[in-house]
Design a protein around this ligand. Structure first.
Ligand code: ATP
Length: 316
């Protein structure tokens, strides 16, 4: 039915190479790395051999080229990434703390990432797309929101499918309008990919079992809950449940695990694999990506994931 399309922010990430106490002290940095949750997702789709295209914007600068060159190499169609002549590519700086938490400094709101819109090439792509992937966080960005609203209606009307990663942090307060849009988006999802407490937030109900039940009631078709180093769980509408234990790895950089996991799961399902098979590749993609510094530097091809699966133990 056409390529998987992801709409959203494209950034570079510049990350600390040591663990410290936040941004107030000088630390060695490395980067720029291609990044942005939707870009990581689509990179993993492309690497696995699924047809994939990205809608978003970068500035007319080297940070932008880091992203477009990388996605092109991954096999992603980048013709609908617009080049903004006036605003720079978005960026994020990341530092790691001793307790495992991360500090971020973002420049997104005043970057090209927050300024793309609907255009003829975007419309043409959406009209031939078979699947749309959307991050809940994009609903707070007015330009992305407009593209997403239109794209969801068009893709669903032509029989395409929708996946949604709520990607909404607990601290983020949504206004009533965004909450309504978020609920509508969740209800339209053929595949929902929440992590941790996002499940209950997306359902508006407490408790895992009640949240799952509620989400199926409102129309979600398939749910995969991401649990970090604890693994992941598939829930089907027919009551099926599959627990996928995590692979045992040395975590170097947790950023991007969820997006690699989601991109791999979706691509495998679109390529005709069972939930069980797709979960294995997705778990491998998430785990492999945390073993290297940089948000999508560990995204694997099918061959790389097969080698990883064959050589890595899973938690009991
Ligand atoms: P992020 O927002 O950082 O991209 P997320 O919260 O959406 O991540 P996670 O649950 O952290 O998603 O990771 C997705 C999947 O990747 C997990 O379900 C697991 O299969 C795998 N994974 C993540 N971290 C690890 C780890 N430390 N060891 C093994 N597997 C991991």
């Amino acid at each position: 039915l056409g390529p998987t399309v992801c709409v959203g922010e494209i950034l570079v990430e510049i990350v600390a190479t040591t663990v410290g106490d936040g941004f107030l002290e000088a630390q060695p940095l490395v980067g720029p790395f291609a990044s942005g949750a939707p870009a990581i997702f689509i990179s993993q789709c492309g690497r696995l051999g699924g047809k994939a295209a990205m809608v978003g914007a970068v500035g007319d600068d080297d940070f932008g080229r880091v992203n477009t060159d990388r996605l092109k190499r991954d096999g992603v169609d980048v013709s609908t990434i617009s080049i903004d002549p006036d605003y720079p590519t978005g960026s994020a700086f990341v530092r790691y703390r001793k307790d495992g938490s991360r500090d971020f400094v973002y420049n997104i709101a005043t970057s090209a990432a927050a300024r793309f819109g609907w255009s003829q090439p975007v419309g043409d792509l959406i009209h031939r797309s078979g699947h749309l992937h959307v991050m809940g966080s994009a609903l707070s960005v007015p330009s992305a929101r407009e593209v997403i609203d239109k794209a969801v209606d068009i893709v669903k009307a032509r029989g395409g499918t929708l996946s949604v990663d709520p990607n909404i942090r607990k601290e983020l307060k949504l206004d009533e309008n965004t909450k309504r849009r978020f609920s509508k988006l969740v209800a339209a999802a053929d595949l929902l990919l929440p992590s941790g407490e996002e499940l209950e937030r997306a359902a508006g109900v407490e408790g895992e079992a009640d949240a799952i039940r509620r989400l199926f009631e409102v129309g979600v078709k398939e749910i995969v809950l991401k649990r970090g180093a604890e693994g992941a769980t598939y829930f089907g509408r027919d009551g099926d449940r599959i627990d996928a234990p995590a692979f045992v790895v040395q975590e170097v950089d947790p950023t991007g695990a969820g997006d690699c996991f989601g991109g791999a799961y979706l691509t495998c399902r679109r390529l005709g694999m069972s939930p069980q098979q797709a979960l294995t590749y997705a778990s491998a993609a998430g785990a492999r990506n945390v073993t290297v510094l940089g948000p999508m530097e560990g995204a694997g091809t099918q061959q790389e994931l097969d080698a990883f699966i064959a050589s890595t133990e899973r938690r009991p």
